[in-house]
Design a protein around this ligand. Structure first.
Ligand code: CAA
Ligand code: NAD
Length: 305
């Protein structure tokens, strides 16, 4: 049924329906830009509460976009986009008839790999699989899938906040087929994004440069080199960054940052990354331990309550 659906597609990339796993910061944003582009979206998470959180993020953001896109009828704009989104907590149902799966769940290799191995058995034979991972290897995430699926597997790395950030890194492994890569590239353009091509290397382009910078900023306060407030002011006024590193760490989520750096410590042990670049930081670890994860939990380096 899925095959027939893709053949009937009017889009050159063959993608009419996208299933998104994870309704957090990123999944909600990806669902939103997909719905705005006219794709049918199935948004899925493990609990109804998480789905509700995702839909709240989408509702608020759609109003911001609607104010610019359709100022005379913001409600009409949001209603039209929302009509393209359905939600479910049933992963099997979520992939029963879909053209593209985009995963944006917790940054854990085991959880992602297990999810895709399960979905491989449940999704149609020609459904494309993509991960929005920040730091993990796409090939490693695809490990539990069949060889046929590996040809349909790539990375779709969006940036936070998804509705405002233009870039998507489209990642190909040595098994990703040309047709899969092209379909992923094209669907990004339909979402109004600017795609760039990346090989399956740690952090792709942006995070390979950005994450070491953020971790070194955290080490600066661990060492007492400067205050977080001064570092943020310095990078905004001295380097022209829209946010200072601590504002950005809070924006990304400190749990996600900790997952990234923990995963990269293992890569450094394996000699793939320089150890000094990814050494863990005390300040981030302490906040994560307290459940202070950044903006999404109301508190991180700064207080948002
Ligand atoms: N939904 C919809 N639109 C949004 C939005 C949202 N959540 N957040 C911002 N926008 C839009 C605004 O409506 C506004 O649009 P216009 O210019 O058309 O009016 C525009 O974005 C700018 O927003 P604001 O004027 O409200 O605020 P700002 O100028 O301070 O910009 C920002 C906000 C875009 C978030 C900016 O601070 C910024 O670029 N910060 C850095 C973000 C960044 O580096 N993201 C990457 C994080 S790393 C990552 O994502 C990868 C990873 O794997 C960890
Ligand atoms: P988040 O914590 O905001 O949301 C993660 C969501 O995934 C939660 O709602 C959680 O309930 C859900 N989830 C966990 N396990 C699941 C499963 N098995 N099935 C379905 N849903 C599940 O995290 P986020 O910031 O949206 O990050 C998600 C992914 O995107 C991570 O891989 C992260 O590295 C990546 N990413 C994050 C950013 C960022 O700035 N936060 C940017 C780009 C990429």
């Amino acid at each position: 049924a899925v095959g027939a659906q893709r053949l009937m597609s009017t889009q050159s990339d063959g993608i009419n329906t996208i299933t998104i796993f994870g309704a957090g910061l990123m999944g909600a944003g990806i669902a939103q830009v997909s719905a705005q582009a006219g794709l049918k979206v199935i948004l899925t998470d493990v609990t109804d509460k998480a789905l509700e959180n995702g839909m709240n993020i989408i509702n608020k953001s759609l109003v911001r976009v609607g104010k610019k896109q359709q100022p005379d009828d913001i409600e009409g704009y949001t209603r039209k986009a929302l009509a393209n989104i359905t939600t479910t907590t049933d992963p099997e149902q979520a992939v029963a008839s879909t053209d593209l799966v985009c995963e944006a769940i917790i940054e854990s290799i085991k959880v992602k790999r297990d999810l895709f191995a399960f979905l491989d058995k449940k999704a149609g034979a020609d459904t494309i699989f993509a991960s929005n991972t920040s730091s993990l290897g796409i090939s490693e995430i695809a490990e539990g899938c069949t060889e046929d699926r590996k040809a349909l597997f790539g990375g779709l790395h969006f940036f936070n906040p998804v509705p405002a950030m233009k870039l998507v890194e489209v990642v190909r492994t040595d098994k990703t087929s040309d047709a899969t890569f092209q379909a992923l590239f094209d669907v990004c353009k339909r979402m109004g994004k600017v795609p760039v091509a990346c090989n399956d290397t740690p952090g792709f382009i942006v995070n390979r440069l950005l994450v070491p910078y953020l971790l070194e900023a955290a080490r600066m306060i661990d060492r007492g080199d400067a205050t977080k407030e001064d570092i943020d002011i310095a990078m905004k006024l001295g380097a022209g960054y829209p946010m200072g590193p601590f504002e950005l760490l809070d924006y990304i989520g400190l749990d996600t940052t900790q997952f990234i750096s923990d995963g990269w410590v293992d890569k450094a042990k394996a000699g793939v990354l320089p150890e000094a670049l990814v050494a863990p930081t005390q300040s981030i670890a302490e906040l994560v331990k307290k459940g202070e994860l950044g903006r999404k939990s109301g508190k991180g380096f700064y207080d948002y309550t």
